[in-house]
Design a protein around this ligand. Sequence first.
Ligand code: NAP
Ligand code: 8YV
Length: 328
Amino acid sequence: MSNSPLPTSTPDTVLQVSTLLPALEGTLAEHFHTVRLPELPDPAAYLRDHGKDVVAAVTSARVGVSDALMDALPRLGAIVHFGVGYETTDVVRARARGVDVSNTPDVLTDCVADLAVGSLIDVMRRLSAADRYVRAGSWGTAPFPLASRMSGKRVGILGLGRIGRAVAQRLDGFGVQVAYCTRTPVPGVGYRYLPTAEALAEACDALVVTVAGGRGTEGLVSAAVLDALGPRGYLVNVARGSVVDEPALVTAVEEERIAGAALDVFADEPNVPRALLESDRVVLLPHIASATHETRAAMGDLALRNLRQFMAEGVLLTPVPEASPSTH
Ligand code: NAP
Ligand code: 8YV
């Protein structure tokens, strides 16, 4: 009998690229041979020695899979995103290499739209500022300044996709006149269409940004768009920080060239420009639009179902469209 060691077969590995929902991390560890990249002492050494074992990567919308990481995984077949945005992964490049990509659409739409409308009311009625005023003991000393009515106003929605449409439906209940801008008019909707972000801002009292992120929408809300919104106009951004020219926004807030802004996303999270931190006319949120127990559980479940189907049948359940929704 030979004493040579038995050949060891390496299990197909699932690479966890970013920190994820704890329940999802637990299920991945329980049901798959999962390696958590952020926790490895030497990720580069792991990728060099074991990159060929990885068949699927699970990542967040914010982190994605970089080109370098993709290149280190020659047998990679699927990239599963926890989140609907996927501009952090080059989908065209992935598909050219035979790697399919999924995201978690629809399950987060309601919560993101709820937060967009909630923060629109917050910034126009100055709810967060009023809360600070009461806590500071100012009630009874100086009157709290009057705010702006939201019901019945004209609200522009930049990007009438799943989330934009859900925002519009909610605003219908407030008697708001909704208009929108997309690259292609949406068939079958009764809202007024405007072909550019600037024309939309010009025609509205508030602009709600719900476009996809990525190169195609970078800086779409420019200084000119903010000027078109004007000193009585409000900006709400629940899409991506990259969509707004942040230095131009800072200037517009400082110079009171817009009335206020409610922001869930920033150019360089978690860093928020000091001028925004110091402004009482800006509502600041830490990228929480989908952050409810119910929605995060549904996102985790959909990400998991994508992974399971890929591992069992080699195909994803909710693959993303051919190109990034903002680059074609
Ligand atoms: P979606 O259904 O793909 O909608 C994207 C919309 O953007 C479409 O109406 C698209 O229309 C429009 N669009 C793309 N490029 C445009 C451009 N250059 N000008 C005008 N409109 C443009 O996506 P969704 O599910 O609604 O999600 C939208 C985005 O919200 C995600 O991509 C993500 O970045 C963000 N998000 C943020 C959070 C958060 O936590 N804050 C949570 C979830 C999602 P056309 O193709 O016709 O232009
Ligand atoms: C999450 C998001 O914060 O879905 C998206 O695109 O930005 C948010 O739902 C993100 O997925 C968590 O990484």
